[in-house]
Design a protein around this ligand. Structure first.
Ligand code: IMP
Ligand code: MG
Length: 177
């Protein structure tokens, strides 16, 4: 999918202010919950990079960061159902309190796979923080421990999220019209 005129076909869903206010709240809650723990943030690339960068600035605790890349969409707006790992974590997660930071839980397929994969690395705990959850699209039961916003089953772009690699640089979240 190629954008027509840049930004011409976008409708703002969550403004920069709304996103930042909620991310501040999530960071404060995570700070409370992870005091005294060995927190490792695992940012799921590419979509969560911007959310993760803002979120960790609101977590007032010692922590380390790792990155895991997974792709399932290709250039389409429907999940292909086939997951491709594009980058593995580089640190040991054994005995650590892992917090997966994801952009959006849609069908739940990706996160189910990630939780199974990270569990095999023997962490002390695994929790999930997702900026967005699409409850109507879920195909399996997924527990989102820290959820930014619940949205409808529309395809969204911006704030790290893309359509065919475009729009990741928007400061807000938009629906393609
Ligand atoms: P799931 O496996 O169907 O839950 O899809 C999760 C992944 O698909 C997320 O990590 C996103 O990267 C991507 N995704 C799902 N919905 C959207 C969307 O509306 N916009 C952009 N990416 C999305
Ligand atoms: Mg993602």
């Amino acid at each position: 999918m190629k954008p027509k005129e840049y930004k011409e076909n976008l409708k703002v869903l969550l403004s920069e202010e709304m996103l930042q206010r909620r991310i501040q709240e999530l960071g404060a809650k995570i700070t409370q919950d992870y005091k005294g723990k060995k927190l490792v943030i695992v940012c799921i690339l590419k979509g969560a990079f911007m959310f993760c960068a803002d979120l960790i600035r609101h977590i007032d605790l010692p922590l380390s960061c790792d990155f895991f890349g997974v792709a399932s969409y290709g250039d389409s707006t429907k999940s292909s159902g086939i997951l491709q790992t594009t980058l593995d974590v580089s640190s040991s997660l054994e005995g650590k309190d892992v917090l997966i930071v994801e952009d959006v839980v849609d069908t739940g397929l990706t996160i189910e796979y990630l939780q199974r994969y990270f569990s095999s690395k023997n962490p002390k705990s695994i929790k999930l923080c997702s900026l967005l959850l699409k409850p109507k699209s879920l195909k399996q039961k997924i527990q989102v421990d820290y959820c930014g916003f619940e949205i409808g089953d529309e395809f969204v772009v911006g704030y790290g999220m893309d359509a065919a690699q475009h729009y990741r640089n928007l400061k807000y979240l938009a629906v393609l019209t």
